[in-house]
Design a protein around this ligand. Structure first.
Ligand SMILES: Nc1nc2c(ncn2[C@@H]2O[C@H](COP(=O)(O)OP(=O)(O)OP(=O)(O)O)[C@@H](O)[C@H]2O)c(=O)[nH]1
Length: 393
């Protein structure tokens, strides 16, 4: 499962985002780590379900009238403050959690209602643009410190006659969660001496920066958009590579309202309606959320998750089925599973994602939407419904 990390200053709204995004109001299925601990849970990316092309909707609780929610892991890296790499705040222990993150959602207090340390101040008192670089900076220093710690080993290895700097670096970097493909890209973008003893601190810092940029893509969630002073979001947008305005508080209120049956809203909807009895105060709160949903096309929480999964990580959703005409599994459930795969994945990749045995016994695949057999190296597309024929099923 993809793993997404929430990072940002204290009081930016990470816990609120996390609580809203992991509210178990859609079926979690039999994923082993529904709730691993208080800060790690299952959230969803939303996409259009292929059942929209059929005359009936699927029965899965992960599909609501064609809105399909595909599980991803979400965790909250609390306790990250400027200086964390030196052990400030809760320090390195929390940075270490980022090792297995596929991407990072950097939650920024766009209202400027917290200072650089995360202490509350008057709305607008702090300039949130100043907060943008801190997570990247802390991560770069954290990675640089891991590289520094391992440098002695690399220098020792360099005394061996068959020493190869690329091999040694690769071995070290797989230890921090980088794939072989990531490392190849990182090393291609750098110029560095063959002899590790000639490396300067700057070489190691550059390696850390490249590695972070390659393995930990990030989007900025400009939170508290409901109270952000005019112009803040636009200035943040200009300064950030990828930004989604949001109100985490608003999303939480809407999901709770929907659960209580007083609001009609599915996560990621652009708008909502009030359908039950609410107090004047609640109505006022909900109407305040509407100012954000109207301006930005939603609360931004689901939109941020979708942006990370589908834009930044460039994933597609594929649906394995056992019966290619009815799109059901062996138990008669329509489109029971959805798998996120990197764009460019093939039916064989999907087979392995379903189960390693299915991958190993792979014989061929059928595109159920087109009703034709497809080759092993055929590139899957978003929403593909695929029957895999394998000696294992
Ligand atoms: N106005 C407004 N307030 C928000 C929003 N999201 C969160 N808050 C408030 O901001 C404060 C901090 O939110 P938290 O979610 O606890 O922040 P955090 O980043 O998890 O903080 P730490 O746990 O200290 O790291 C709380 O009072 C929230 O209610 C929002 O969208 N709008």
């Amino acid at each position: 499962m993809l793993s997404l990390a929430l990072a940002g200053k204290p009081n930016a709204g990470k816990s609120t985002f996390y609580t809203a995004a992991t509210m178990a109001d859609v079926e979690v299925g039999n994923y082993p780590f529904t709730t691993i601990d208080a800060n790690r849970g299952v959230s969803y990316a939303r996409t259009e379900c292929p059942c929209l092309d059929r005359d009936r909707r699927c029965d899965s609780d992960n599909c609501r009238d064609g809105k399909r929610y595909v599980p991803v892991e979400l965790f909250d890296v609390a306790g990250l403050v400027p200086g964390a790499h030196e052990g400030r705040g809760l320090g390195n222990q929390f940075l270490d959690q980022l090792t297995d993150a596929d991407a990072i959602l950097h939650v920024v207090d766009a209202a400027g209602a917290t200072d650089e340390e995360g202490e509350p101040v008057e709305v607008g008192e702090h300039d949130p643009v100043e907060d943008l670089d801190f997570v990247e900076r802390e991560m770069d220093r954290w990675l640089a410190s891991i590289i520094d710690r391992n440098w002695e080993t690399i220098e020792r290895e360099s005394r061996s006659p068959d020493f190869d700097i690329d091999d040694s670096l690769s071995e070290m970097l797989t230890g921090v969660g980088a794939t072989v493909a990531d490392i190849a890209l990182v090393l291609r973008n750098l110029e560095y001496p063959e002899d590790p003893r000639e490396w300067t601190d700057e070489h190691r810092r550059e390696l850390a920066r490249e590695l972070r940029a390659q393995t930990k893509p990030m989007i900025v969630v400009a939170n508290k958009a409901d109270i952000a002073p005019e112009g803040n979001i636009e200035r943040l947008r200009e300064a950030a590579d990828y930004l989604v305005p949001a109100t985490a508080d608003g999303e939480l209120a809407l999901r709770r309202g929907a659960e209580a049956g007083v609001v009609e809203y599915d996560p990621g909807d652009e708008t909502f309606s009030i359908s039950g009895n609410v107090s004047d105060q609640q109505r006022e709160g909900l109407e305040q959320i509407r100012t954000v949903t109207e301006q930005y096309g939603g609360t931004g929480v689901q939109q941020a998750l979708d942006a990370v999964v589908y834009d930044v990580l460039d994933q597609i959703t594929a649906y394995p089925v056992e019966n290619e005409t009815k799109w059901i599994d062996g138990k008669g459930r329509m489109l029971p599973d959805a798998h996120l795969l990197p764009s460019g994945s093939t039916p064989l990749d999907l087979a392995y994602a379903v189960h390693s045995d299915i991958g190993e016994g792979y014989l061929h695949a059928v595109d159920a939407r087109e009703n034709r057999r497809i080759g092993e190296d055929h590139e899957l597309e978003e929403g593909d419904v695929i029957k895999i024929v394998s000696t294992a099923n």
